[in-house]
Design a binder for this molecule. Structure first.
Ligand SMILES: C[S@@+](CC[C@H](N)C(=O)[O-])C[C@H]1O[C@@H](n2cnc3c(N)ncnc32)[C@H](O)[C@@H]1O
Length: 298
């Protein structure tokens, strides 16, 4: 990966731990299901070397273009594909790949997506209320805010945002949309701010934006289906490593892996969750909530 313009938020999270536990070997095929800027893929490419193959997937075509530039010159063969990782079996079959040695997932939104106001992921920057990782399909956050019932909105905000004022916030959104279209990140943040008291340093819109983003991109469904796809693609002895960033995702990863262990489908090379080092969290704030889990197919 090139050294230019690397902000801390662009650094791959838990690089040493991901390499240690995914453990890619020379000549292997690695699927990076969440390519992003290609930071982890560049590390894996160094390990698999000239005979190896890195297959990077992303739902976001912008991410693929940025990763393509960042991976220029790596030794391994690279194939970068526009696909949801839940559809990795189909995406790989289109390039003639049936089984792989490693699958890696780094769940969530990328720093690039957060930094670009037009993508609508961040209430810190005003932009259209979009939040789709795949900009060519599906409903935007503005669509959900405009069409869901008050109860559906409250449930999403409660479940995916773990926000205790979910009902109050949903009520304010529904009241506001009676007289206006809520089309921008700044306007939604304002409505939420007016609906609930500010607690501590966290902006009240943080949880609402997280909830809408998870709903717009069906992130938890993707994780469940993606883990199923990954285990079916792995060769015996192959590994899946998953980086998650909040408790909802980590719970899914943990429960599915424990189910594999119970069913004799996989072993867990490290039973306990792996957390970042203090030194990394000081440099890269995104690492603070990271959790890494790994499974090895039997
Ligand atoms: C946190 S970033 C990955 C960063 C990357 N590991 C790196 O080092 O640059 C997550 C990326 O995964 C993509 N993504 C999220 N959910 C996805 C899904 N279900 N299928 C494919 N890509 C997804 C996002 O578009 C984003 O680019």
């Amino acid at each position: 990966m090139s050294e230019r313009e690397i902000k801390p938020s662009h650094l791959p999270v838990m690089p040493e731990e991901c390499l240690e536990w995914l453990d890619p070997q020379p000549g292997e095929t690695v699927v990076d299901g969440t390519l992003g800027l290609g930071g982890h893929s560049a590390l894996f490419a160094e390990k698999v070397g000239l005979e190896g193959h890195i297959i990077g997937l992303d739902r976001d075509t912008n991410a693929i273009e940025l990763a393509r530039a960042n991976l220029e010159g790596v030794q391994a063969k690279t194939s970068l594909l526009h696909s949801a990782y839940s559809e990795m079996v189909q995406a790989l079959s289109r390039i003639g790949v049936g089984k792989v040695d490693r699958v890696f997932l780094d769940i969530g939104v990328s720093s690039m997506q957060l930094d670009v106001p037009e993508r609508g992921f961040s209430f810190m920057r005003d932009g259209p209320l979009d939040m789709r990782m795949n900009q060519s399909a599906g409903e935007t956050a503005a669509d959900l805010v405009a069409t869901l019932s008050e109860e559906e909105l409250a449930n999403i905000i409660y479940r995916y945002g773990e926000e205790k004022y979910s009902r109050r916030i949903a009520k304010s959104i529904v009241a506001a949309r009676g007289s206006e279209s809520i089309n921008t990140t700044a306007r939604l943040a304002e409505i939420v701010e007016q609906a609930v008291p500010r607690r501590g340093r966290i902006h009240p819109a943080t949880r609402v934006f997280q909830a809408l983003r998870i709903a717009v991109n069906d992130e938890l469904g993707e994780l469940e289906r993606g883990m199923g796809a990954a285990i079916s693609l792995l060769r015996p002895g192959g590994r899946l490593a998953i980086l998650t960033f909040h408790s909802l995702e980590d719970r899914i990863a943990k429960n599915i892996m424990r189910g594999w262990l119970a069913d004799g489908v996989a072993t867990l090379p490290k039973r306990k969750v792996i957390k970042p080092k203090y030194e990394e969290c000081k440099v890269n704030p995104r690492a603070r909530s990271a959790k890494l889990r790994v499974a090895e197919k039997i």
